[in-house]
Design a binder for this molecule. Structure first.
Ligand code: ADP
Ligand code: MG
Length: 270
């Protein structure tokens, strides 16, 4: 059974595309066959995050107008060939495609891939409707800000109306120090407000921005210099796969020697 997952939020700029790229890459890294669908027509940037922008020849539009076959439009990732991207057209409006056409494309991909991840545009208009039409489950991305949480809440209702009930929450750009100082809503608060199960918490990390500019998803970094954000993405991939992984303690100092020592001693005692 192929997992067809839409990454959505309501609000723009909260990290949908970042999550889509890193999650898809993390799933590819653990050996899954993954197709990424850029449903953000007009404002596509998934290709940039993956560093694949120069390899695009055709887009979803040419597949639909039968100017090319689906396989011809798919861009293979240079690092993980089991990850492919179906690019969106850049110079078309969000009305260039219908929900039924989106279903057609995604269902064709579902024949060959184990995961189809759909990166949704901002808003709840046509582009959003296209993105959710073929989805069987949803990951809702919210930052710990009131406006983002409120938009996410609206999206939960719209997804339910569409029959998508398997929905999980990703809280992005959390800053533990700010939460501690009562300057940011906590993970628990967001969770309570939205009342959907949590699948990941991603810290705010400037390396996310660096990786975006380089076109190299964070999860590609070697294990030794992996960032907490990269680990958070990998954990989401494994939780999707059904593994029970504890949530990281983001309050712990990342590199405290005492912390490591305590862990070391603890594992020895146990
Ligand atoms: P969306 O697709 O929801 O519009 P993006 O994924 O494009 O959002 O992210 C918007 C901006 O926020 C980008 O510049 C991205 O690099 C930045 N960003 C996303 N997640 C994080 C994070 N965890 N830490 C720091 N910056 C982030
Ligand atoms: Mg985006």
């Amino acid at each position: 059974m192929t997992r067809i997952i839409v990454i959505t939020s309501g609000k723009g700029g909260v990290g949908k595309t970042t999550v889509s790229a890193n999650l898809a890459m993390a799933l590819a890294k653990i050996g899954r066959q993954v197709a990424l669908v850029d449903a953000d027509f007009g404002l596509r940037n998934l290709d940039l995050l993956l560093g694949l922008e120069n390899r695009i020849v055709y887009t979803a539009i040419e597949v639909l107008t039968r100017e090319c076959r689906l396989e011809q439009a798919l861009v293979k990732d240079k690092r993980h060939p089991n990850l492919v991207l179906l690019p969106a057209a850049q110079n078309r409006t969000k009305d260039a495609i219908t929900p039924d056409q989106m279903k057609l494309l995604v269902n064709a991909l579902a024949q060959k891939y184990q995961y189809v991840i759909i990166d949704s545009p901002a808003g709840i208009e046509n582009g959003f409707k296209n993105a959710i039409a073929p989805a069987k489950e949803a990951l809702i991305v919210s930052t710990p800000e009131i406006s983002s949480v409120r938009d996410a809440d609206r999206v939960v209702g719209l997804l339910e109306a569409q029959g998508i009930r398997r929905t999980h929450l990703i809280i992005n750009r959390i800053r533990p120090a700010m939460v501690k100082a009562n300057d940011m809503i906590s993970v628990e608060d967001v969770q309570e407000l939205l009342a959907i199960p949590l699948i990941g918490v991603i810290p705010d990390d400037e390396r996310v921005i660096v990786s975006t500019n380089r076109g190299e998803p964070l999860v590609l970094a070697e294990k030794d210099n992996a960032s907490l954000a990269a680990i958070a993405f990998e954990h989401i991939a494994r939780r999707l796969e059904g593994e029970a992984i504890e949530f990281m303690d983001l309050n712990a100092p990342a590199d405290s020697i005492f912390d490591r020592l305590r862990k070391l001693l603890w594992t020895k005692i146990v």
